[in-house]
Design a protein around this ligand. Structure first.
Ligand code: HEC
Length: 134
């Protein structure tokens, strides 16, 4: 997310606002701009909220686990461990999860998972998938 603050250089914002408004007004204006920027930032890096993350962990452990193994170390489907998937392009993993692998038992999960959710799962698999909360 290194682009988050592009175009939000506070110094230049204050300068251009000060030219048009009083200094007091400019300060509020800058704050608003920063808040809007922060909101856009959050939207751009959107990830599932904590509740949904718990649901997703459960789903991967239960549903994906039924083919990829209880510990995701492989079964009918290959292991989904960090050791195996850590170097994969994130997009490729996300696409496999959303679209499945036609002609194999790997189903597409697009009806159940948004792109963000699939990406979040892909990222967690690469990092070492979390255990279900108890
Ligand atoms: C019905 C069994 C089944 C289920 C359920 C399933 N998979 Fe798969 N999955 C497979 C098989 C089989 C493959 C290997 C496909 C191939 O031969 O290319 C695979 C491949 C993959 C791959 C690519 C790994 C590789 O080495 O090619 C990923 C990533 C993956 N699955 C993630 C998931 C996730 C995440 C879920 C749950 C949301 C899931 N799978 C649920 C059977 C399943």
């Amino acid at each position: 997310m290194k682009d988050c603050h592009a175009g939000l250089d506070p110094a230049s914002t204050v300068e251009s606002s000060a030219r048009r408004w009083t200094p007091g007004r400019a300060r509020g204006d800058r704050l608003l701009l920063l808040l809007v920027g922060a909101a856009l930032c959050v939207a751009a890096s959107a990830q599932p909220d904590a509740t949904r993350q718990r649901e997703l962990v459960r789903m991967v452990r239960q549903d994906c686990g039924s083919c990829h193994g209880m510990h995701l170390t492989g079964g009918l489907g290959p292991a989904l461990t960090a050791a195996r998937l850590g170097d994969w392009p994130l997009e490729a993993l996300e696409a496999t999860i959303r679209n499945g692998r036609p002609g194999t038992p790997m189903p597409g999960w697009a009806p159940m998972l948004s792109a963000e959710e699939a990406r979040w799962i892909a990222r967690q698999l690469q990092l070492g998938f979390p255990q279900e909360a108890r």
